[in-house]
Design a protein around this ligand. Structure first.
Ligand SMILES: NC(=O)c1ccc[n+]([C@@H]2O[C@H](COP(=O)([O-])OP(=O)(O)OC[C@H]3O[C@@H](n4cnc5c(N)ncnc54)[C@H](O)[C@@H]3O)[C@@H](O)[C@H]2O)c1
Ligand SMILES: CC(C)[C@H](C(=O)O)[C@@H](O)C(=O)O
Ligand SMILES: [Mg+2]
Length: 371
């Protein structure tokens, strides 16, 4: 398959994790005989430095004409620590999502047996968790009118949702539930927010088209607690923009690290793949960032183009690296490998697949050496 992939590394650890994801995609292209073409463009604080614009028009144009976008992360402390900054790195990502109509952000959450024993959560509560969060991405309080009064003493963020915005992501979430365990949980705050009541009403109406799906409702405060107490109850979670942002970072604790959670942002035409974490500025350039969320986002990219075997090759390699403790320090506190070494190991597994097989706990790597 021929694919043109726009690569937007961004800020902080963005470039170092993205480089690993691209390496893995190149390895997949070699092994499965695909033609992947990569083109880089600036976004975020890096783009502000160069072009005084967090999403330069050339970047947006490249994204529009590409088959898929691989996004690293954006954000820099100089903006985080300056509330009055008018131009901000995050605007680059938000505008990109809006311009491309990427209205659904899909964030899968699974567990890895090796990591369950290290989890701060009780093993019996998280073993076997397999859920996916459908987060609405181009509406809600993120995109409503914002204002600050002249005295700087009062500020407003408006939260708006239309039936159309709710319906289009709800259909995707119901369809996903049909392919999974047939349960959908709508997370909202319908006891307080008008927008949440519209979500409930709209989703309840749509549910009639999906009689095979069990629909449940949870208030977001309760959902945040249930996520830790009994996450196995969740199959597909459907929620609005802000709640989905917060709940998915929380859910990453179940997997073992935010450095493991990938996402796909889909719309009517374009698609973007990015880890759910941010630019982790404290780690930039140190080689300690976990590249797996970026690499698993690349696997979601392959899934999107029905390259199922290819995506599985990546996920199998990730499973093996975790099983063998060839991981960064966030998930391996005994001894750790650098961002690059983890990428190299996966690259080796993918490209030398015929030389190894995994047999229970024993890995026969043939000619391959483990770093
Ligand atoms: N999609 C994005 O680009 C995105 C997402 C979230 C935050 N941000 C931005 O990132 C900047 C930093 O925000 P933050 O500190 O709140 O969130 P963050 O996700 O960057 O980091 C929070 C913590 O998560 C852990 N972490 C994150 N990524 C990791 C990785 N790959 N490997 C190992 N550990 C990892 C670290 O412990 C880190 O201290 C801010 O400017 C914020 O706006 C961007
Ligand atoms: C950086 C920020 C705008 C972004 C969001 O809130 O959507 C991030 O937290 C994410 O989860 O992708
Ligand atoms: Mg977030």
């Amino acid at each position: 398959m021929k694919l043109k992939i726009a690569v937007l590394p961004g800020d902080g650890i963005g470039p170092e994790i993205t480089v690993q994801a691209v390496k893995i995609l190149k390895s997949i292209a070699d092994r499965f005989d695909h033609d992947f073409h990569f083109e880089e463009a600036a976004v975020g604080a890096t783009a502000i430095d160069q072009f005084n614009n967090p999403l330069p028009e050339a970047t947006l144009d490249l994204c529009k004409e590409s088959d898929a976008i691989l996004f690293g992360a954006i954000g820099h402390p100089k903006y985080d620590n300056d509330p009055s900054a008018k131009i901000r790195p995050e605007q680059g990502l938000l505008r990109l999502r809006k311009e491309l109509g990427l209205f659904a952000n899909i964030r899968p959450v699974t567990t890895y047996s090796k990591l369950i024993e290290m989890s701060p959560l009780r093993p019996e509560r998280i073993e076997g968790v397999d859920m996916v969060i459908y987060r609405e991405l181009t509406g809600g309080i993120y995109f409503g009118e914002k204002s600050l009064n002249d005295e700087g003493t009062s500020a407003t963020d408006v939260c708006t949702y239309s039936v159309m915005e709710i319906e289009r992501i709800a259909h995707l979430a119901f369809k996903a539930a049909q392919k999974r365990r047939k349960k959908l949980t709508l997370v909202d705050k319908a006891n307080v927010l008008e927008t949440s009541r519209l979500w409930r009403k709209t989703v309840t109406a749509i549910a009639k088209q999906y009689p095979d799906i069990q629909l449940e409702f949870l208030f977001v405060d309760n959902a945040a607690m249930q996520m830790i107490l009994n996450p196995k109850q969740f199959d597909v979670i459907l929620t609005e923009n802000l709640f989905g942002d917060i709940l998915s970072d929380e859910a990453s604790v179940i997997s073992g690290s935010i450095g493991l959670l990938a996402s796909a942002s889909v719309g009517n035409k374009n698609t973007l793949f990015e880890p759910i974490h941010g630019s982790y500025p404290e780690a930039a350039g140190k080689g300690i960032a976990n590249p797996l969320a970026a690499i698993l986002s690349a696997a979601m990219l392959l899934d999107h183009f029905h390259l199922t075997e290819e995506a599985k090759a990546i996920r199998d390699a990730v499973e093996i690296s975790i099983k063998l403790n060839i991981c960064t320090q966030d998930i391996n506190n005994e001894y750790h490998y650098s961002t690059e070494k983890v990428g190299d190991f996966l690259d080796g597994l993918i490209s030398e697949v015929d030389n190894y097989h995994i047999n229970n706990e024993n890995l026969n790597l043939g000619q391959m050496t483990i770093i």
